[in-house]
Structures are given as C-alpha cells and as structure tokens.
Design a protein around this ligand. Structure first.
Ligand code: SF4
Length: 170
C-alpha cells in the first residue's frame, strides 16, 4: 500500500532559500525559508516543488541589485523566462496527467519575475503578473490551478488564502 501524498504545491525558489533574493529584500523575520508558509505545506503533507529563480539564473550570481520591471523587461530576459516557464509547465502537466493534484502555485508579490497580482514600478503600483509568472500562467491556464501571491509583509493574509485552498482540496 502506498502512503504517499498526491498533493503538490509549486513554490518560487526563494520561498525556501531567501538568499536568492536581490540585495536588501530579505528584511522580515525569516532569514532563509519563509517559515509560516513552508510549515503549513509540511503540516499538510503537501509535496513541494521548487521552481527556478529566473533572476539569479539569468545573472548567474546571487549578488544583484533590486531592479524594477522596466530593467528586466528585455528580449533576452523574456526569452529566458519563456524557457523556464516551459520546463515548469511540462512538470505541472505531467503531475496532473498522472492524476496527482497540483493544488496551488505560489508567487512572491512585488517581484518583477514572480509576482501574481501587483508590482511597484516607477509610476507607482501596477496590477499585473511578473514576467516569469505571466508566461507560466499562459501555459497552464487550462488546468485552472489557483495561483497565490505571497506577500511577506502581510503574511497572515497569504496564509489564509493558502489555508482555504488546502481545506477545499482535503
Ligand atoms: S526571481 Fe522569483 S524566485 Fe527568484 S528571488 Fe525573485 S521572487 Fe524569488
């Protein structure tokens, strides 16, 4: 008899390795993993899949200044995100084809690559997905998987959103 959980959540690389974040961005109480979210996934026996960090891979370094979306929105970075989103989308489809359940995909709000709902720009707040997240969304929207943007500043709100999804899928 198999005791495995068939539930999955895809997470941004930095959710469990904040050292991948741009300089000056890790300023909340968690030094490595964003503990409340990770703990919630572990407590509910959810398989965790770490998506690649588009920005660190593109830069080939963990040292980078925080840049807005206008700096990242180049042909080269978009092509790079397209390749990564394609790989992740294949994995999501493969899991679903196996009759396992991807219950959510998580992003990081305000990231030019991984935000889900909003991002700060030179012109104030813009409601949009990040460059990587937008490409991934377009490749998996047929599966209707909830995508949640984790907001580190308002972590309780993000926790509630995720808890609701976990409850509905149990
Ligand atoms: S690009 Fe995405 S995974 Fe990488 S540090 Fe930014 S939010 Fe995290």
């Amino acid at each position: 008899m198999s005791n495995r959980s068939k539930k999955f959540v895809f997470i941004p690389f930095c959710l469990i390795a904040q050292a991948y974040q741009a300089q000056g961005i890790v300023k909340y109480e968690w030094k490595s993993s964003i503990k409340p979210i990770v703990q919630l996934l572990i407590d509910n026996d959810i398989n965790i899949i770490q998506m690649p960090c588009a920005e660190a891979l593109f830069k080939d370094s963990l040292i980078r200044k925080p840049n807005g979306i206008s700096k990242y929105n180049t042909k080269e970075f978009n092509e790079h995100c397209e390749v990564l989103a394609d790989e992740v989308s294949k994995q999501v489809h493969m899991i679903c084809k196996s009759n396992y359940n991807v219950i959510a995909i998580l992003g990081i709000e305000q990231s030019p690559s991984c935000c889900v709902n909003y991002i700060y720009t030179n012109h104030g707040m813009e409601k949009r997905k990040g460059l990587f997240m937008d490409k991934l969304y377009n490749k998996i929207k047929d599966l209707e998987i909830p995508i949640i943007g984790i907001n580190r500043k308002y972590i309780n709100k993000s926790m509630k959103e995720l808890e609701k999804i976990i409850e509905n899928k149990s």
